[in-house]
Write a protein that binds this ligand. Structure first.
Ligand code: 5RP
Length: 218
C-alpha cells in the first residue's frame, strides 16, 4: 500500500463518525482531501461543513457541500483533520499546510477531534517535524529571536502567506517533551497568532491508515 492509499483508508474510515443531517468540521491537507471525497458520497445526508482553509472550502463547494461561516455555528459534533506528527498522548504537530490557526479555531468548537493519519505520523516525541508558528508579518524578526531563546531554530517559510495574511516560521531542532507548556509559551510571544502544537486540545479519536486498512483508536 502506498502512503496515499493509507491516507485514503483513514479518510474514508472517518465517515462512520459523521451523523446524518449534521454540519461537519473539516480540516486541511492531502488526508483530509480523501475525507472530503468521502463526504461527497453522502452529501445528500449532510447539512454542510465548516472549513479550516480556502483550499478545503473550494473542494467542498466543488462537490456541492454547503460551507458555513464559523461565526454562525455554536457547536460541531466532530472536527476531522490530519496531522504532521501525533504522540501516544494524542498531542499533535499541525500546520504543514499553513492552515493551523483556522484549524485550531474549528477544532475549538467541536466536541470530538477525529485525527486521520497514515502510519508515518506516529512518534514518541514531537519535534522532528518542524513546528509551524503563524506570525504577524511585522513581528517576524522579534518572534524569531524569542523562539531561539526557547531552544529552537526558526526558519522563515519563504513565499507562503496564510489565509489570514500572515507568515509562517518553522521551528526546527525541538524535542517536545512537554507539549502543553511549549504551546502556551509560544502563544504568549507578542506577534504570534498561534502555533501548530495541538496539545491543550488534542485528538479524541485517532484513525490510522495501515497496510491492513484503517485502525481506529477511541
Ligand atoms: C495543514 C495540516 C495538515 O493536517 C497536516 O499538514 C497533514 O497534512 P497531510 O494530510 O497532507 O499529510 O495541519 O495545516
Amino acid at each position: 500500500m502506498t502512503q496515499d492509499e493509507m491516507k485514503k483508508a483513514a479518510g474514508w474510515a472517518a465517515l462512520k463518525y459523521v451523523k446524518k443531517g449534521s454540519i461537519v468540521g473539516v480540516g486541511t491537507g492531502s488526508t483530509v482531501n480523501h475525507f472530503i471525497d468521502a463526504l461527497g458520497s453522502i452529501k445528500d445526508d449532510l447539512q454542510g461543513a465548516v472549513s479550516s482553509s480556502i483550499a478545503s472550502t473550494e473542494k467542498l463547494q466543488a462537490l456541492g457541500i454547503k460551507v458555513y461561516d464559523c461565526n454562525d455555528i455554536d457547536q460541531l459534533d466532530i472536527y476531522v483533520d490530519g496531522a504532521d506528527e501525533i504522540n501516544p498522548q494524542r498531542a499533535m504537530i499541525k500546520g504543514g499546510g499553513a492552515a493551523l490557526t483556522r484549524e485550531k479555531i474549528v477544532a475549538a468548537i467541536a466536541d470530538q477531534f477525529i485525527c486521520i493519519v497514515d502510519g508515518t505520523k506516529a512518534v514518541d516525541i514531537l519535534g522532528k517535524f518542524p513546528l509551524p508558528v503563524e506570525v504577524i508579518p511585522m513581528a517576524r524578526s522579534y518572534v524569531t529571536r524569542e523562539l531561539i531563546k526557547l531552544g529552537g531554530t526558526p526558519i522563515y517559510r519563504e513565499g507562503v502567506i496564510t489565509d489570514n495574511g500572515n507568515v509562517i516560521l518553522d521551528v526546527h531542532d525541538l524535542q517536545i517533551r512537554d507539549p502543553k507548556t511549549l504551546e502556551s509559551q509560544i502563544n504568549a510571544i507578542t506577534g504570534v497568532v498561534t502555533n501548530g502544537l495541538f496539545a491543550h486540545r488534542g485528538a479524541d479519536v485517532v484513525i490510522t491508515g495501515t497496510a491492513q486498512g484503517a485502525k481506529i483508536e477511541e
